[in-house]
Structures are given as structure tokens and as C-alpha cells.
Design a protein around this ligand. Structure first.
Ligand code: F6R
Length: 252
């Protein structure tokens, strides 16, 4: 397969394969800029994680160059740990502030992250789902993929029909995310996450998967067998998915 090309894959998803992770991020960034330019009041679904860092760097650079404005857009993040305040450096809210929200013109009252400190996390999840609906639904959802095939914090075994809810993190995910926490500090056991159904309701989905560690999850996501064993495989039921991979995650 030639690098940087687009491949029609199973059913309606397509894969764009780039030589490097940097180029995968640049591809995702260009796509997002294009969509926000075409529809300035775009409703964005956002993800955190290492795979997205260069995407946000690119979006911030494009904003600083005057190539894109988020002033009329709004955003909903996929997930947040229960028990972490936005001031905690490992919270997804802190990640978003540091890498995106504080650096672009997206209005703070229209950039939402689930409240990890809500008194009633189940109620927070219900309200979050309702806010997405009230905003008109997500136009473009950005996703990463976990080594176990999770999307958001929808771990293996998650139902395709689940909405935003409280989810328990798998041991694999907690161990992968330990790197964001101080030595000896435990990764929270639960999070509020958009459900698979919330994600599938987005009008367009862009997933960025880079690095060798993601190769098996990507292979299972594209496998003909759609199964809750690999929650990302449910994306095959969506009509408009672009999976952007580097050569390590999607080999020849
Ligand atoms: C983050 C999220 C997760 C990550 C996934 C990959 O908001 O929902 O599903 O996208 O764990 O994380 P990285 O990119 O750090 O490998």
C-alpha cells in the first residue's frame, strides 16, 4: 500500500495511511480545519490522549496563522475521570485547557468536558447527553483508540446502544494511563464517558491511531467481525468514518 493514500475499507469506513504519526496528525488537523471553515458553528466532539497532541498543536498553529477560528464553534469532550478536578494535571479538562482551549478562541462557555466532580455522576452523564442533543448533535467526532480497542472509555464489553454514562476502567486502560499520574498515585477506577451510541450519532467520525502499540486494536476494529470485544469495531456501523493511521498502526 502506498503511503499517504486513501483506501476504501470494509463497508463505508475509509483508511488514510501516512508514513509518520506527525503526518497522521496533520491530516486530521487539515480535515478539522476544512470542516470548521465550511461550517463555523460546527459542533466538535473532542478526544484527549497522546495521539491527539499533534492534532491540537496543528489546530493552534492554524488558528495563530489566521487560518481558522473556533469563535462560533462549540465542543464536547468524550470523557473525564470521576474524582479529578480540572486543576488536576492528569484530568482531561487540564489536558484540554493546556493543549487547546487556552490557546484558541473557542468560547469557554461552549467547550464542555464532563464534570468529574459532580455530586451525582449518573445525573451529570444524563445532562451531558442532553446538552449534546440540545446543541443539535455532534458534527465531527475526533477519536483515539485504546490498546484494547476502547473508544472514549467504552471498554471491551460495552454495548453499542449505550449513551453517556459512568464506566469502569479496565486494568489495561488504567495501566496504560498510569504514565499521566504521579508515582504512587492511583488512576481513578471510573469515568464519565460518551457511550458508543453517542459516538455513533455523530455525523462524521475521524479516528487517529498511531504507533505499533495500536496495530492490533486497529486490525480488530477493521475486522469483519463487529463485536463488543473491540468497541472500535462498532464504527463499521457508521456511514462516515475516516481512520487516519501511521505506518506502524496500519502496516503494509
Ligand atoms: C481520550 C479517550 C481515549 C483515548 C485512547 C487513546 O479522551 O477517550 O479513548 O483516545 O485511550 O489514548 P492515547 O492517544 O493516549 O493512546
Amino acid at each position: 500500500m502506498a503511503p499517504g493514500m486513501t483506501y476504501p475499507i470494509l463497508r463505508r469506513a475509509k483508511v488514510v495511511r501516512t508514513p509518520t504519526a506527525r503526518e497522521a496528525a496533520e491530516t486530521a488537523c487539515r480535515l478539522i480545519v476544512e470542516r470548521v471553515t465550511a461550517k463555523p458553528d460546527l459542533v466538535l466532539g473532542l478526544a484527549t490522549g497522546r495521539s491527539q497532541l499533534d492534532v491540537y498543536r496543528g489546530l493552534v498553529a492554524a488558528h495563530r496563522a489566521g487560518d481558522v477560528s473556533f469563535a462560533r464553534a462549540c465542543s464536547f469532550n468524550l470523557d473525564e475521570y470521576i474524582g479529578l478536578p480540572p486543576s488536576h494535571p492528569a484530568s482531561f479538562h487540564a489536558y484540554m485547557n493546556k493543549n487547546f482551549f487556552d490557546l484558541v478562541d473557542l468560547p469557554s462557555d461552549r467547550s464542555r468536558v464532563p464534570d468529574g466532580l459532580a455530586n451525582d455522576p449518573n445525573e451529570e452523564a444524563r445532562c451531558y447527553e442532553m446538552s449534546i442533543t440540545e446543541a443539535g448533535g455532534i458534527d465531527l467526532q475526533l477519536l483515539g483508540i485504546g490498546v484494547n480497542g476502547h473508544i472514549g472509555f467504552n471498554e471491551p464489553g460495552s454495548s453499542e446502544t449505550a449513551g453517556t454514562r459512568v464506566a469502569t476502567l479496565s486494568a489495561a486502560t488504567r495501566s496504560a494511563n498510569q504514565r499521566d499520574f504521579a508515582d504512587g498515585e492511583a488512576v481513578p477506577e471510573q469515568a464519565i464517558t460518551m457511550g458508543i451510541a453517542t459516538i455513533l450519532a455523530a455525523r462524521e467520525i475521524v479516528m487517529v491511531a498511531t504507533g505499533l502499540a495500536k496495530r492490533d486494536a486497529v486490525r480488530r476494529a477493521l475486522d469483519r467481525k463487529v463485536s463488543s470485544d473491540c468497541p472500535a469495531s462498532f464504527l463499521q456501523h457508521h456511514p462516515f468514518v475516516t481512520l487516519i493511521c501511521d505506518a506502524e498502526a496500519f502496516p503494509d
